[in-house]
Design a protein around this ligand. Structure first.
Ligand code: PRP
Length: 215
């Protein structure tokens, strides 16, 4: 069995902890990952695997550029940023959705005026409304998008909804579901050719663990 070095990029935060659990269940020694401190490159002993921790959009950049062979990232980031890589598996965790939300009791689609939508995801939002043939003004917000309709900046928001608590606590509600989201395993296109055996071995281990957990 070839043992070429493989580098995996993990999205820091919520996805990271679940991804580390999966790597452990696959049989890898994740001690260094669990006790990482401020280290950003961690190794899985005996496997010739390095794990890189990065922000979601950077996971895509590292995989696209081939400095990481594999990546675990949310479909939200994939939809917003796009990129040239293979999306090889739906990992079936980090499940949430993109939704259009409005102030409770308001009708986003009422009237003829062009509506304003605040979002951290302008490309997803543009794509959604273009497909519907609806003209909207999009305002890019960096965080806590729920604030925008409350202070009168926007008629609605397109954002991630997981439990719905943030919307509820701020007097907002889902008006339309936009797209389902979950964590995805992505692969650099060249790695899949040049390190095929090793990369597919890791992909299969991860996929099989997901099948086991979800069955
Ligand atoms: C996301 C999203 C909502 C919240 C929804 O933010 O932007 O604010 O989670 O979750 P809920 O439906 O379970 O309440 P996140 O926590 O990722 O932080 P961010 O706003 O800094 O991106």
């Amino acid at each position: 069995m070839e043992n070429k070095k493989v580098r995996i990029a993990l999205t820091k935060g919520r996805i990271e902890s679940k991804a580390v659990d999966i790597l452990e269940k696959v049989g890898y020694d994740v001690l260094e990952l669990r006790n990482k401190g401020r280290k950003l490159i961690l190794s899985i002993p005996g496997e010739n695997i390095e794990v890189v921790l990065a922000k979601a959009a950077d996971v895509i950049t590292y995989v696209e550029h081939g400095v990481c062979d594999l990546g675990i990232v949310g479909r939200d980031t994939i939809m917003e940023h796009g990129g040239k890589f293979y999306e090889i598996a739906d990992l079936n965790f980090g499940i949430c959705k993109f939704a259009l939300a409005v102030k409770k009791g308001t009708d986003f689609f009422a009237g003829y005026g062009v509506k304003t939508v605040a979002t951290k995801y302008p490309n997803v939002t543009r794509g959604y409304f273009e497909k519907k043939g609806i003209d909207v003004d999009i305002v890019k917000i960096e965080g806590s998008v729920e604030l925008a309709p409350l202070v009168g900046l926007a008629d609605g928001i397109v954002d991630i909804v997981e439990t719905g608590t943030t919307l509820k606590e701020n007097g907002l509600e889902v008006c339309r579901n936009v797209a389902p989201i979950s964590a995805r395993l992505i692969v650099n296109t060249v790695s899949l050719k040049l390190k095929q055996e090793r990369v597919l071995e890791i992909v299969d281990l991860i996929k099989n663990e997901r099948i086991r957990e979800n069955s």
